[in-house]
Design a protein around this ligand. Structure first.
Ligand SMILES: C[S@@+](CC[C@H](N)C(=O)[O-])C[C@H]1O[C@@H](n2cnc3c(N)ncnc32)[C@H](O)[C@@H]1O
Length: 271
């Protein structure tokens, strides 16, 4: 059981999806092509050619792929995750690509733990892709994440889109996936044709490579999507309004529209 510094959040580790197990398997399959795609995803959304000399915070780092990408782009990186297997996956990745590196720190931590974040201080780039909606306290996690963004710093987040009854459907699927082991192969069998086969065919018909975005893997994204619990959603206008009240200005967004998945946003803290 985790309790935040304020003692407000009680997120049971028992009914959570084991993100880290999935990320450990993925991390073992990271290739130079995936790393290049991950780097490009950072560069294009942040509208930066590199991250030389910047402090980069990877909130909920998962496999560590985006920390690795940021490090290769020149940033000094701090990565943390609430799942110890995610932390282990990221450490293994660092061992493969940046052994003995002093400019990439990886540790266990929670974005709901305000006192932990205060110790970390402020960053030039804060990255929380697909994380905050899995904490069990999305809006508190957003407040805490924003507090890490330094002056003129950037915040790159991805949050599940609120799609009304469709989101309610996926909430049920995720609950079922985490209910007992035997439900998993059934749910994978039911959804893989729609979540893997259809996008693969559509991509090849439109001449795009049949691979997942950001250097990810279709299979590991599927497992993450079906299992990812806790799960919350938000509309783009809710996120934009919230950030504006925090004094952050939107500098980029990529909305998923009617497709499943996350809306991506980049905000900047103005002086
Ligand atoms: C869907 S994965 C995304 C991983 C990575 N950011 C990426 O883009 O591939 C969500 C990650 O958030 C982590 N997470 C969930 N709750 C967290 C919390 N309270 N603090 C930090 N990380 C958390 C999970 O353990 C998991 O590794």
């Amino acid at each position: 059981m985790f309790s935040s510094a304020a003692g407000k959040h009680h997120v049971s580790t028992v009914d959570r999806f084991e993100f880290g197990r999935n990320w450990q398997q993925f991390a073992a399959k990271v290739t130079p092509e995936r790393i290049a795609d991950a780097e490009e995803s950072l560069r294009s959304m942040l509208q930066m050619r590199g991250l030389e000399g910047q402090r980069f915070l990877d909130v909920g780092c998962g496999s560590g792929l985006f920390s690795l990408a940021a490090r290769r782009l020149g940033a000094e990186v701090h990565s943390f995750d609430f799942d110890r297997l995610s932390v282990a996956a990221a450490i293994e990745l660092r061992g493969r690509f940046f052994p003995e590196d002093r400019k990439w720190n990886i540790e266990y931590g929670s974005v709901l733990d305000r006192s932990y974040l205060e110790i970390l201080g402020h960053f030039d780039v804060v990255y929380a892709w697909g994380v905050l909606h899995h904490t069990g306290a999305l809006w508190d996690a957003l407040v805490n994440t924003v507090s890490c963004v330094g002056e003129r710093g950037s915040l790159f987040i991805a949050i599940y889109n609120d799609q009304g009854w469709t989101s309610r459907y996926w909430t049920g699927v995720k609950r079922l996936y985490n209910y007992q082991c035997w439900t998993r192969p059934i749910l994978v069998g039911l959804h893989a044709p729609y979540l893997i086969a259809v996008p693969t065919v559509v991509r090849s018909l439109t001449g795009r490579p049949a691979k997942a975005d950001r250097g990810m893997s279709l299979w590991h994204d599927l497992v993450d999507w079906l299992g990812g619990w806790p799960f919350e959603v938000a509309r783009p206008d809710e996120i934009a309004g919230f950030m504006s009240r925090c004094g952050l200005v939107m500098t980029g967004q990529r909305l998923c529209g009617r497709r499943q998945g996350c809306n991506q946003f980049v905000f900047q803290r103005m002086p």
